[in-house]
Design a protein around this ligand. Structure first.
Ligand code: ACO
Length: 402
């Protein structure tokens, strides 16, 4: 029997990562592309953030489809069938809709008939918060296998006239399967999670919720885009990320110099360097891939984990730390011992990078691509009209022929 509460035999001896996987869209948006959209430079972006490029989802992709591909890869690595999963947790700040949950759509897309599925809102800390939630279900004996997915389609929530935010974020998804094990040891041994509402409005998306429902007025004021106080967020991140990681490590009974690899949220390479300093660890004990994907929020730790394993940076017995911070302000860290065979990761290659979610009946919405972004992506030589003249719903070059 599957599903929450359907597990017999009581709590397991340990909770371990049995599968992992990720997916990033094919389309690359380079810093040079962004130079054509806002007043910025490759040099500024690289030196201030460490980002060289990021991925942009195709029009037919959604947060749920990105998450479903990462989930299918994690299932393949775990050697499990979709119906083996009892709970599906999706961490995202860019859901397909406020309701239904993105997890419900992922459940259908991966062909699972049995799991309870719900979303978690903890912004960039979502993967860590989701992992902690999943671990609790398995540890208590309420579930045997839980899928945790961090998935984001941030490029549709960015103001491509705001150089302070649009250069930072990208799209993608990462997933793990947490499974009950009859063997003792391994898995999460230290957890720290915090939420500091003093930072509630440092990174936020003003409209579309109960406080400010979407209207033509909120849209004309650009309140459907992510807003951020970059410097305040930076200060918070450097302060709390190292503190959270240290607390998780202490709770595990380790000292920082025993850590084999820190897999941090990828927001800014300078923030990661500050954490390394705080933990008195060299940068080679940190996994960094922000140069390729930018900040993918709740997806970033899962994507980084998948790449770290594939690159041979993780082996059984290693002491690993996940550490993240995000809007809320939230922060969280997990100290865990890796147990899986990294070679199992090769099984993900059998998964085709396609997934679809059912379309609603009798409903046809707008082209989801932000027009200023589409104008640059659609034309390798650059848009033929000034970006300020780009009209939503009209291709940039058709407009230019007027
Ligand atoms: N290109 C060129 N110049 C820029 C750009 C840009 N893209 N953006 C800002 N500038 C300019 C500013 O206007 C400013 O100019 P001024 O000195 O003439 O006023 C100058 O560069 C310095 O701006 P700062 O904001 O001080 O730059 P800073 O070094 O702080 O870097 C950044 C900005 C990258 C946003 C940094 O503050 C940061 O990384 N903050 C944390 C952001 C973050 O992690 N957010 C994710 C949170 S996770 C979540 O939950 C979503």
């Amino acid at each position: 029997m599957s599903g929450v509460g359907g597990v017999s035999g009581g709590p397991p001896r340990s909770v371990r990562i049995s599968g992992w996987g990720s997916y990033v869209p094919e389309r690359v948006l380079s810093n040079a592309d962004l130079e054509r959209i806002v007043d910025t430079s490759d040099e500024w972006i690289r030196t201030r953030t460490g980002i060289r490029e990021r991925r942009v989802a195709a029009p037919h992709e959604t947060t749920a489809t990105l998450g479903a591909i990462a989930a299918k890869r994690a299932l393949a690595v775990a050697g499990l069938e979709p119906d083996d999963i009892d709970v599906i947790v999706v961490a995202t700040l860019t859901p397909d809709y406020p309701m239904p949950s993105t997890a419900a759509l992922v459940k259908e897309a991966i062909g699972n008939d049995t799991a309870a599925a719900f979303d978690i809102g903890a912004a960039c800390s979502g993967f860590v918060f989701g992992y902690a939630t999943a671990d609790s279900y398995v540890r208590s004996g309420l579930a045997r296998h839980v899928l945790v997915i961090g998935a984001e389609l941030l490029t549709r929530f960015l103001d491509f006239e705001d150089r302070g935010t649009c250069i930072l974020f990208g799209d993608g998804a990462g997933a793990v399967v947490l499974s009950a094990s009859d063997e003792a040891g391994g898995g999460m041994s230290g957890l720290e999670m915090t939420t500091d509402p003093d930072g509630a409005y440092m990174i936020w998306l003003p409209s579309g919720g109960s406080r400010s429902p979407s209207s033509s007025e909120t849209t004309s004021r650009g309140e459907h885009f992510i807003r951020m106080e970059g410097r305040e967020t930076y200060r918070y991140a450097t302060r709390t990320l190292a503190a959270s990681a240290l607390k998780a490590v202490e709770k595990a009974g380790w000292s920082p110099d025993e850590i084999d690899l820190v897999i941090p949220h990828q927001a800014n390479v300078r923030i990661i360097e500050a954490v390394a300093k705080g933990l008195k660890l060299p940068m080679d004990r940190f996994f960094v891939n922000i140069d390729k994907y930018g900040n993918t929020s709740a997806a970033s730790v899962g994507i980084a984990l998948d790449e770290a394993v594939a690159e041979g940076r993780v082996k059984p017995g290693d002491k690993i730390v996940f550490a993240a911070f995000g809007a809320g302000f939230t922060s969280g860290a997990i100290a865990l011992e890796w147990t899986a065979d990294p070679a199992d990761g090769a099984r993900a290659a059998s998964v085709e990078p396609v997934a679809s979610v059912r379309a609603p009946l009798d409903w046809n919405s707008v082209d989801p691509m932000p027009p200023r972004l589409a104008a640059v992506l659609d034309d390798p030589d650059g848009p033929q009209v000034p970006l300020d003249d780009v009209v939503p719903g009209e291709p940039a070059h058709a407009h230019s022929e007027d």
